[in-house]
Design a binder for this molecule. Structure first.
Ligand SMILES: [Zn+2]
Length: 312
């Protein structure tokens, strides 16, 4: 059973928007690609794990802190023992020399095993401090079939893509009835999960400097055109109801400029291809409550009153 599902991190969502609307430096771009690939790998992993998730409490994407040290966990499968999974979507050839990991052309990378062991050790102490006595076993899972690791000792807790079916079989064998202890532990971990704020590490940008237009929900480019009821992507052909596309644009603005007041003019300028402010107003009125009038008018989203505040 999935207790906490995986969503794209805020940092990935924002970098994706920025990548479509500005030129990222090569460092920023490679960070963006790293996050994009990482997420892709996790999605592949989740798909594999669908077969066995019923027998476990599954908690994905945890950001925890123990003794002032933050650590991140890709996936926890809780049953009579806790399985911690670190998922990597590495592509190409890598090799190991002692504790060091290198890409095929000799560039050293962070040792993913050490990263996982560190998380395991912090989690072990945390779980013990919370009063639970459950063993933890960690596995580093590589999900990209185009990955090869040379000189890997045999006894490492690593699962390569072609070994995933075997991992699933083992997990299936190990399931045990979920007890209250397991539920309690999953709940405690969820309450300790913290949201990471990416804003300090993002590239610099401003409303004025970003490319305007409505982004495609599929390929994220702003290479789109608007017909009366549909947003059409020229790059990938995806069509989206204009109503949903405008709401997505509002959410984009909110994520890119948190804390700033949204105005209709801003949304209009941002959406660019929607001809009039009036058209945007009509779309918003379906999902937002309008209060006040003239310059003091503002829209609040109907379901979640704290969600949006837009001023005329
Ligand atoms: Zn597209």
């Amino acid at each position: 059973m999935i207790v906490k599902s995986r969503v794209e991190s805020l940092e990935l969502q924002i970098l994706r928007m920025l990548n479509a609307r500005m030129t990222l430096s090569s460092k920023e771009y490679s960070n963006y690609q790293y996050l994009e690939k990482g997420y892709e790998g996790e999605v592949i992993f989740d798909r594999w794990m669908e077969e066995v998730e019923k027998g476990y409490l599954v908690v994905n994407d945890l950001l925890l802190e123990y003794g002032n040290t933050k650590f991140q966990i890709d996936s926890l499968f809780i049953s009579k023992i806790i399985h911690l999974f670190e998922v990597k979507y590495f592509e190409g050839d890598y090799f190991i020399e002692g504790d060091r990991w290198y890409t095929n052309n000799g560039v050293e990378i962070k040792n993913p095993l050490q990263q996982m062991e560190r998380a395991e050790s912090l989690l072990r102490r945390m779980v013990r401090d919370l009063g639970f006595n459950i063993n933890i076993e960690s596995t580093l899972v590589f999900v990209n079939p185009n990955f090869y690791l040379y000189q890997a000792p045999r006894n490492l807790p690593i699962v390569f893509p072609n070994q995933i079916p075997r991992l699933l079989k083992n997990l299936q064998k190990q399931t045990a009835p979920i007890k209250n202890t397991h539920n309690n532990l999953a709940e405690r971990l969820l309450t300790l999960h913290s949201q990471d704020s990416p804003y300090k590490r993002l590239p610099e940008y401003s409303f004025e400097s970003l490319k305007k237009g409505m982004a495609c929900s599929h390929c994220h480019t702003v290479n789109t055109i608007v017909t009366r009821k549909t947003l059409i992507c020229i790059s990938c052909g995806k069509r989206e109801n204009i109503h949903e596309a405008v709401l997505r644009s509002v959410r984009e603005l909110q994520l890119l400029f948190p804390g700033e007041v949204l105005t209709l003019s801003k949304i209009h300028e941002w959406s660019k291809s929607i001809k009039t402010k009036k058209a945007i107003r009509n779309i918003l009125l379906d999902d937002f409550t309008l209060s006040g009038c003239g310059r003091g008018a503002h829209y609040t989203i109907k379901e979640n009153k704290e969600g949006y505040l837009i001023i005329e």
